[in-house]
Design a binder for this molecule. Structure first.
Ligand code: FES
Ligand SMILES: [Fe+2]
Length: 287
């Protein structure tokens, strides 16, 4: 929840990138790297405020959205070490450019300008440039701050690579599954005695990827692909109420019904029926 004063400063924030503003700021250094992803996934990641406390749990403890749109997003962010920041991220999509500004809390006034550039179909480069409102008195402090920010961004991008490439391969899979010939088929998952009962056994069919698990003394199957943004559900443990949680944005699904708990997105894709015959576990894929 925002206080009245926080709401007021949020309302006063602009929603467009002001490229000229950097001339009034003090540049302290950058962090540049190539990333094995394409521009679409990168821009999507910049807009994706919801993944912060899940994919970047090492930096962020929680997030409350204030507002979002085609322009970007603004939020109150709980920091891993305690405290919070008000931050917005404005996107200039036409230029593959975005700016995040801390406008309250620790680091207030820091602006981070990112220019992404296309290198090839599956590689881009980001140039992350750090600015503060005024030069610091002690040059050693500036060096330290730059090193700290560069480290933080190295870690954030390390964490984002899995999300971005995971999502691209999930999109490629969807395309393949949609194009597939879906004749009815019985797909062998494995021997009931030797299949691992403590984890999700992954099976890819022509209609999708599914997790086959032993739960409540029986074999069940559920979609391995989160219906929100295609996050991977195979690593999720089953919670005490029979729910699984997506690692990307924390959406929860009821295993028994496939419904999303909380109504943030649609239900899991229907999984094929599980059949156990002669000690073997199969999925029956309907044509
Ligand atoms: S991809 Fe967003 S919650 Fe699963
Ligand atoms: Fe991220």
């Amino acid at each position: 929840m925002l206080t009245e004063a926080e709401q007021e400063i949020s309302n006063a924030r602009p929603n467009t990138v002001d490229h000229a503003s950097v001339s009034d700021l003090h540049y302290i250094g950058n962090y540049k790297r190539a990333l094995p992803t394409n521009m679409a996934r990168m821009i999507e990641n910049a807009y994706d405020w919801e993944h912060l406390p899940y994919v970047h749990a090492s930096s962020f403890a929680g997030i409350d959205l204030i507002d979002c749109g085609d322009w970007g997003w603004r939020a109150k962010i709980g920091l891993h070490g305690g405290g919070y920041q008000l931050l917005d991220l404005l996107v200039d999509k036409a230029r593959d450019y975005w700016v995040s500004t801390v406008f309250a809390g620790p680091g207030k006034g820091i602006q981070i300008h990112t220019q992404a550039s296309h290198l090839s179909d599956d590689e881009i480069e980001v140039d992350v440039r750090f600015y503060i409102p005024e030069p610091l008195d002690d040059p050693a402090m500036t060096t330290q701050l730059h090193a700290h920010l560069a480290d933080q961004y190295r870690q954030l991008y390390d964490e984002d690579i899995d999300l971005m490439s995971g999502r691209q391969s999930a999109l490629d899979d969807l395309k393949r599954w949609r194009a597939g010939e879906n004749d009815e088929a019985l797909i062998l998952v494995g021997d009931a005695e030797t299949l691992d009962r403590t984890k999700a056994n992954m099976v890819e069919t022509e209609t999708g990827r599914f997790c086959v698990r032993f739960w409540n003394e029986t074999w069940i199957a559920h979609s391995a692909v989160c219906p929100h943004l295609l996050g991977p559900l195979g690593d999720s443990e089953i919670g005490p109420n029979g729910e699984i949680t997506c690692p990307w944005h924390g959406y929860k699904f009821d295993l028994a019904t496939g419904e999303n708990i909380g109504g943030d997105c649609k239900a899991l894709a229907t999984a094929p029926r599980v059949e156990v015959r002669d000690g073997r576990v199969y999925l029956r894929v309907e044509g």
